[in-house]
Write a protein that binds this ligand. Structure first.
Ligand code: SME
Length: 160
């Protein structure tokens, strides 16, 4: 259905294509598991140098792993722990060039070197986070951050 190897052009152009694919993928569907599953697969297979891409959902107390691609991961993350907890509690995207230098980083996959975590807010309420890991140090730049924040927003809007 989707040929994710077809991203072409500059990095912003590739993210625009990926965003259009993300919108098409969730169109007409509100189920958060379905949309998180498909968006995880889209991101993981479209972007190079990733070893984990997926969602954690906030259950009112802590983050609980949701649909993802990659190795099995930690199931529950308190809001005061890890890069995911920092993104959820601060409601700010965390772009970490070197996870070993991040106090409290949770190493679900020891191959992870850099990480980008986008908080998911729906009508001002914390829904969870979108977490992307890379085995390459400083894999994510500002263009990656903006591109993945836009895809996270597509997910949040699909819940409306
Ligand atoms: N590294 C994350 C934990 C989740 S895994 O990367 C999938 C963190 O420190 O919060």
């Amino acid at each position: 259905m989707f040929n994710t190897s077809s991203l072409t052009g500059s990095k912003p152009e590739q993210y625009a294509q990926l965003l259009a694919q993300a919108r098409a993928l969730v169109q007409g569907e509100r189920d958060r598991i379905a949309n998180a599953a498909n968006l995880s697969a889209l991101i993981y297979h479209a972007l190079p140098q990733l070893n984990w891409a997926g969602f954690y959902f906030y259950d009112g107390t802590e983050l609980v792993v949701g649909p993802f691609q990659g190795l099995p991961a930690c199931v529950r993350i308190p809001l005061h722990k890890g890069v995911c907890g920092a993104a959820a509690s601060s409601r700010q995207t965390q772009r970490i060039d070197d996870v070993d230098a991040f106090p409290g980083h949770i190493a679900c996959d020891s191959a992870s070197r850099s990480e980008l975590v986008v908080p998911l807010l729906h009508n001002g309420q914390l829904v969870g986070v979108l977490d992307i890991d890379s085995p390459v140090t400083a894999r994510f730049d500002a263009e990656d951050q903006h591109g993945l924040e836009a895809i996270a927003q597509v997910f949040v809007e699909s819940l409306a």
